[in-house]
Design a protein around this ligand. Structure first.
Ligand code: ATP
Ligand code: MN
Length: 423
């Protein structure tokens, strides 16, 4: 007889089932033991009596077990079913499990390799898997090719201050902050491309929404302008919400999030300009120095006015990356937008790309870059240059938002931050 899963228990009412998993909870008296078994699909209460009692008695939390037993309805049992065990094998008797109730977040992060088994982390990681799946489905459904860029790169793209430098055979090289520049070369063959890959940023400040290594979903599209770019960002985020609400309703509920509310997140999203955002913030009593980027604090304040994701367009040129196209209506702005969500802030950074070589060179020099390192990139504007645009979405930020997490560190299995490189 094959093993079933805990999720199949209701189908086996009155019948014999075989399960395997780990001891989630355990309580024994002289005449009966209650063992709650956990597998990837959930937990179920099992009762052990008679000859098997000594075996059940010595079990410890997280011991690996295989059991056989009869399923019956029991209103008192969590989940509504209970199993009367008729066979029990201890596959591995666990040592005393170090994680118990009421331990600090910090300690649980140090024990992440064990904490991954918790119901909370399991629920989050299932949502995470659904988010990755949805991103692939969305782009592939639209005829996009998956394209990969190198992680070792000689160029900066998002500004020099967050670059990690590594020793590459005695010479310095950077870890990629984005696939962006390489993607702009690749669209001349593939036209519509996307990726999901790690990006590395040596963040200087410690916040609840920055990792030093995060997964970045990026897209680049030839012949696409700024309006279509906004629609694409909305569509992708709405698509992810639909997919997660459908596939992970149970997990979202475990995380105290409402799947029905998430299912209602549909395009179009509200849109305002950067200048309008500044006006709203001023009314709220926040003053932003002219032409400055919005910080976490300001994004959070702004998002108190919105329930849906918000698109903020046309940022000042000075705060955005060198490759963004100047706004034809206002040379102090760029055709860029950020998508913000409540509590988390920015999830997408998007722009139409500059096509003028002169402008690109000028901005690179302004940032103190040696343009000869970018010669290959500037070549992309010499041979059949066309309008193109794209964006980057921080996958952990989306997971943090959908799962209602206080910290981005819980949106990934093994987080990397300025203070954390283990386990
Ligand atoms: P922020 O202002 O929040 O630092 P950014 O403007 O540096 O973000 P972009 O360079 O536009 O971000 O990167 C694209 C997306 O990648 C962001 O919208 C965000 O969702 C995500 N992102 C950026 N930096 C990080 C990070 N350190 N950890 C996790 N996600 C990040
Ligand atoms: Mn940043």
């Amino acid at each position: 007889m094959e093993f079933q899963t805990v999720s199949q228990v209701p189908e086996y009412d009155g019948k014999v089932i075989k399960l395997r998993g780990w001891v989630y909870r355990h309580r024994a008296s002289k005449t009966i033991a209650f063992v709650v078994l956990r597998d990837v699909t959930g937990t179920v209460q099992c009762t052990v009596k008679g000859d098997l009692l000594p075996k059940a008695d010595e079990l410890r939390i997280e011991s690996a077990i295989e059991l056989e037993g009869k399923v019956h309805k029991d209103e008192r049992a969590p989940g509504g079913y209970e199993i009367t065990v008729t066979g029990l094998d201890v596959v591995h008797l666990a040592e005393r499990f170090p994680i118990t109730k009421d331990q600090s977040t910090q300690w649980l992060r140090e024990q992440r390799h064990l904490w991954l088994r918790s119901q909370k982390m399991t629920a989050i990681l299932k949502v995470r898997s659904a988010v990755f799946g949805a991103i692939h489905d969305y782009f592939r459904g639209k005829g996009y090719y998956e394209f990969h860029s190198p992680m070792f790169t000689p160029c900066m793209a998002e500004g020099g201050s967050t670059l990690f430098t590594v020793d590459y055979y005695g010479k310095p090289i950077f870890l990629a902050q984005t696939w962006q520049l390489y993607a702009e070369a690749a669209i001349f063959g593939l036209e519509k491309i996307y990726t999901i890959a790690p990006s590395f940023r040596s963040e200087k400040s410690r916040t609840s929404r920055h990792l030093t290594e995060y997964w970045h979903a990026e897209v680049e599209t030839a012949w696409q302008g700024f309006d279509a770019l906004q629609e694409q960002g909305e569509e992708l985020v709405a698509f992810i919400c639909q997919a997660v609400a459908k596939k992970c309703a149970k997990e979202l509920e475990e995380l105290e999030q409402d799947p029905k509310k998430i299912a209602k997140i549909k395009a179009p999203f509200p849109r305002i300009t950067y200048d309008e955002a500044i006006k709203i913030l001023k009314k709220d009593g926040m003053s932003i120095a002219p032409g400055k980027d919005l910080r976490t604090l300001e994004e959070e304040k702004l998002m108190e006015h919105y329930e849906l994701p918000l698109i903020v367009t046309r940022y000042p040129k000075a705060v955005k990356a060198f490759y963004m196209r100047e706004d034809p209506e206002d040379p102090s702005k760029v055709l860029a937008y950020d998508m913000l969500v409540p509590r988390v802030g920015e999830i997408i950074g998007a722009s139409e790309r500059e096509t003028s070589i002169d402008e690109l060179e000028r901005k690179l020099r302004e940032e103190g870059e040696d343009t000869s390192t970018y010669e290959w990139y500037l070549d992309t504007r010499k041979y059949g240059s066309v309008q193109h645009s794209g964006f980057g979405l921080g996958v952990e930020r989306v997971i943090q938002w959908l799962c209602g997490l206080d910290s981005i560190q819980d949106a990934i299995g093994f987080p990397r931050t300025p203070d954390r490189t283990t386990p």
